[in-house]
Design a protein around this ligand. Structure first.
Ligand SMILES: [Zn+2]
Length: 416
């Protein structure tokens, strides 16, 4: 399997996870009766069964009969699901959601979902019983990845670390021997100023060395560096070319933060939110620019479900562009005379009746499938890379609103 195909499969899995999470977020229980358990890969299934059994017996103390029954039913469903596993869960662990959700009109419906092998390892065992399902840890895993370098400094101390996805990881710190502004008696003002500048310069070099050691080996994976601190320290540090030249080009911005200890790294991430969000959609923006250029000047662009699908099947699509917010299904119809036709419908709507455009006969539904899954499956067979495009910028919104959320950059012009 080529890495490209693996990447696509991973995207597809992520999309499937995202869809399930969106569905789970919609659910609500009338009481504290929706159970979620996160099981890391190194947790023995027998331990989990023991825990669930314990919760089941403790649930007998719940005063409301309805809630009690609902919680115990949820726990029984979870125990049933756990039977499918041997000693340990599969790679990265499993998450099980179970509970009686409101289905309108005072009625409830039992829902149980298992998500196996999430994109990142589940770090700790969690048992959660509430009026909604616990989805945040999974949402964090699906959030935009990214690797950023963080530097905070003033003239007294400095900290460097990583921002990995949404997690801040402090790595190294240094403190300086820069003397204060007050000189001791007997020292000449000139000499004092020179020593002080030297000490500052030395400290900046030390900080840069610390940052270079950490970031240079990772420079090809690095999505950018944020620098924080009071003025003029961070400006002096950046303007003085202390950082390795290859790192200098990756600095996304400098930000005012008051603390330069470890907590300053967290403040820096807060202060740099906008720059980080821009960086996260840089690739999306470039792809949409390329698409519009091809649309206006060349013929190596396609859009809309049918046209894109046709090009995909021909193998002429280099990169498939799908809007992250596209939630549509493709319905395949076949009439009694064997004519096959498609219709794209909103995922939330029921399947409409369809009259064959060729012969006017009533056509029967053959299949209904999520548009993204349908197109990604073809893309995988044809070696086409799939790119999800955010709607957090104008051209990304246009992809969804004006082009049906589906477009492609072609390998060659096809005239289709
Ligand atoms: Zn027909």
């Amino acid at each position: 399997m080529s890495t490209e195909t693996e990447g696509t499969t991973e995207d597809r899995r992520k999309y499937e996870f995202r869809k399930v999470i969106e569905e789970l977020q919609e659910y609500e229980g009338s009481g504290t009766q929706l159970v979620t358990i996160y099981i890391p890969e190194d947790k023995q299934i027998s331990d989990v069964v023991a825990h669930v059994t314990q919760e089941h017996s403790e649930a007998s103390n719940i005063k409301s009969k309805q809630t009690r029954t609902n919680v115990q039913d949820a726990l029984t469903s979870i125990k049933d699901r756990l039977r499918y596993y041997d000693t340990f869960p599969p790679e990265n662990g499993i998450v099980i959601f179970s509970g009686a959700v409101d289905s309108g009109g005072g009625r409830t419906e039992m829902v149980t979902k298992t998500l196996e092998s999430p994109p990142d390892p589940i770090e700790s065992f969690r048992y959660h019983c509430d009026s909604d399902f616990l989805t945040e840890p999974l949402e964090h895993m699906l959030a935009d990845k990214g690797l950023f370098g963080l530097i905070v400094l003033d003239r007294r101390e400095a900290n460097v670390g990583w921002l990995k996805g949404k997690r801040v990881e402090p790595v190294k710190s240094a403190s300086s021997l820069v003397p204060g502004k007050q000189r001791k008696g007997g020292q000449s003002a000139q000499r004092f100023a020179r020593l002080r500048l030297e000490a500052i310069d030395n400290f900046y070099q030390e900080v840069a060395e610390m940052a270079n050691d950490l970031f240079v080996p990772k420079r090809h994976e690095l999505d950018g560096i944020l620098v924080g601190g009071p003025s003029p320290t961070k400006d002096e540090f950046l303007d003085g070319d202390y950082l390795h030249h290859e790192l200098q080009d990756t600095v996304l911005g400098k930000f005012d933060v008051s603390y330069t200890d470890e907590s300053g790294l967290y403040d820096l991430v807060d202060a740099g939110q906008e720059a980080l969000a821009d960086q996260a959609i840089v690739e999306d923006k470039n792809l949409m620019e390329e698409f519009f250029e091809n649309l206006h000047t060349g013929e190596k662009a396609t859009y809309g479900f049918e046209q894109t699908r046709r090009n995909l099947i021909m193998g002429s699509v280099d990169r498939l562009l799908l809007s992250e917010d596209l939630r549509s299904d493709v319905v395949v119809y076949e009439c009694p005379n064997g004519h096959e036709e498609f219709e794209v419908v909103d995922s939330r709507h029921s399947t409409p009746d369809h009259e064959c455009a060729e012969c006017g006969e009533e056509a029967a539904v053959q299949e209904r499938e999520d548009v993204i899954e349908h197109l990604m499956a073809i893309a995988e067979q044809r070696g086409t890379e799939t790119k999800f495009i955010s709607t957090d910028f104008e051209k990304g919104e246009q992809l969804l609103d004006a082009f049906g959320g589906t477009a492609g950059l072609l390998r060659y012009s096809t005239g289709v």
